[in-house]
Design a protein. Structure first.
Length: 342
C-alpha cells in the first residue's frame, strides 16, 4: 500500500515536471514565433514604405513631364498667335490696295501658309491617372504575398521528412532509382508480381513512409516535365482499375497536363493560375488541421490548399511521372533534400 502511494507520488511529480517542461517549451516557441512575426511585419512595413516612395517619385516625374509638355504647348500656341497677328496685319494692309491682281497673288500666298494645329482635339490632364496607383498597389500586393509565402515556407520546412518510393506500389511501367528518390515512366511493362498494393492501370507510386498524425513536408523536382501528379493518398485507396483522383476517393493532389495546364484535383478540378512554371514543388500536410498545401518553392508562391479535410488512417506521399509520351516526358520526378529558405 505504501509502495503504491509512493509510486503515485512519483508519478504526480513526474507529471508536474512534464507540464513545466511543456510550458517552458511553449514559452520558448512563443517567443521565437513573436520574434519571427515582428521581423515579418517589419519587412512588410519596409515594403509598403518603399512602394510609397517609388509611387511618389513616379508621380513627381510624371508631373515634371506634364509641366514640360504644357510649356511646349504654350510656346507653340504663342508662336501661332504671333503668326496669326502678322497675317492679320498683312491682310489689313492688302484690304486697302487697288491692285486687284497683286491682291489675289498675295492673298493666295497668305492662305497657303502653314496650317495651324486643331487645338480642339488637344486636352491637358488635370488628374493623376488611377492606372499608376493600380500598378503600384498590384506590385505591392505581389511583394507582400511573396514575403508571406517565404515566411510560411520557412516555417513549414522544419517539418521536412525523408521520403523514399515504395517499389511494391509502383505500376509495372515505372522505373525507380536504386535510392528510391527518382521515378520515370519506362514505356515498357516489367514483369512484376501483382501485389495487392501495386497500381495496375495508372503510372502511380506511393512513398514508403505513412503518416497518421502531426505535420510533414517534402519537395519534388518537376523540372523538364510536361505532365506530372503529386500529393498524398490514403492507405485504403483502390490500387486496381480505374481511379479518380478526388479527396472523396482518398487522393489530395495537383497535376500538370500539356506542359502548362495546372489543376487541383478537388472534385471537380480547379484550374490554377501559375505565373511561373514550377521547377520544384513542396507538399505540406497538417494531419490534425485537415490541410494539404502545395507550393512553388523557387518562386515562393502558394499553388493550392485543400482545407477542412477529414483524414483517417495513414497518408502516403503520392507520385505520378505520367506517360513517357515518346520521350517528351521522360524526365524523372526527383524527391529532393529540403533547402531551407533564408
Amino acid at each position: 500500500m505504501i509502495q503504491d502511494t509512493q509510486q503515485m507520488i512519483q508519478d504526480r511529480i513526474k507529471k508536474i515536471q512534464d507540464v513545466k517542461h511543456s510550458a517552458e517549451v511553449r514559452k520558448i516557441n512563443t517567443e521565437r514565433e513573436k520574434a519571427a512575426r515582428v521581423e515579418l511585419f517589419t519587412d512588410l512595413i519596409r515594403s509598403i514604405e518603399r512602394c510609397q516612395t517609388e509611387l511618389l517619385e513616379m508621380m513627381e516625374e510624371q508631373q515634371k513631364a506634364a509641366e514640360k509638355q504644357e510649356e511646349e504647348l504654350i510656346e507653340e500656341l504663342e508662336q501661332e498667335i504671333t503668326e496669326l497677328k502678322m497675317r492679320n496685319t498683312e491682310l489689313e494692309q492688302l484690304s486697302h490696295t487697288e491692285d486687284h491682281l497683286h491682291l489675289l497673288q498675295i492673298y493666295s500666298s497668305l492662305c497657303s501658309s502653314r496650317n495651324t494645329r486643331n487645338w480642339s482635339e488637344i486636352s491637358v490632364k488635370t488628374d493623376e491617372s488611377l492606372e499608376t496607383l493600380r500598378r503600384a498597389l498590384t506590385k505591392l500586393q505581389d511583394s507582400l504575398q511573396e514575403k508571406l509565402t517565404q515566411t510560411e515556407l520557412k516555417r513549414i520546412q522544419q517539418y521536412a521528412v525523408d521520403v523514399t518510393l515504395d517499389p511494391d506500389t509502383a505500376h509495372p511501367d515505372l522505373i525507380l532509382s536504386d535510392d528510391g528518390k527518382q521515378v520515370r515512366d519506362g514505356d515498357i511493362r516489367q514483369k512484376l508480381p501483382d501485389k495487392p498494393e501495386r497500381f495496375d492501370r495508372y503510372s502511380n507510386v506511393l512513398g514508403k513512409e505513412g503518416f497518421s498524425s502531426g505535420r510533414f513536408y517534402f519537395e519534388v523536382q518537376v523540372k523538364g516535365k510536361t505532365d506530372w501528379t503529386l500529393g498524398v493518398a490514403r492507405e485504403s485507396i483502390d490500387r486496381k482499375g480505374k481511379i479518380t483522383l478526388t479527396p472523396s476517393n482518398g487522393y489530395w493532389t495537383v497535376w500538370l497536363r500539356n506542359e502548362n495546364e495546372y489543376w487541383a484535383c478537388a472534385g471537380p478540378r480547379v484550374s490554377l493560375c501559375v505565373r511561373v512554371k514550377p521547377q520544384r514543388v513542396g507538399v505540406f500536410v497538417d494531419y490534425e488541421e485537415g490541410l494539404v498545401s502545395f507550393y512553388d518553392v523557387e518562386s515562393s508562391s502558394h499553388l493550392y490548399s485543400f482545407t477542412d479535410q477529414s483524414f483517417t488512417g495513414k497518408l502516403y506521399p503520392f507520385f505520378s511521372p505520367f506517360l513517357n509520351a515518346g520521350d517528351k516526358n521522360s524526365t524523372p520526378l526527383i524527391i529532393t533534400p529540403v533547402k531551407h529558405n533564408k
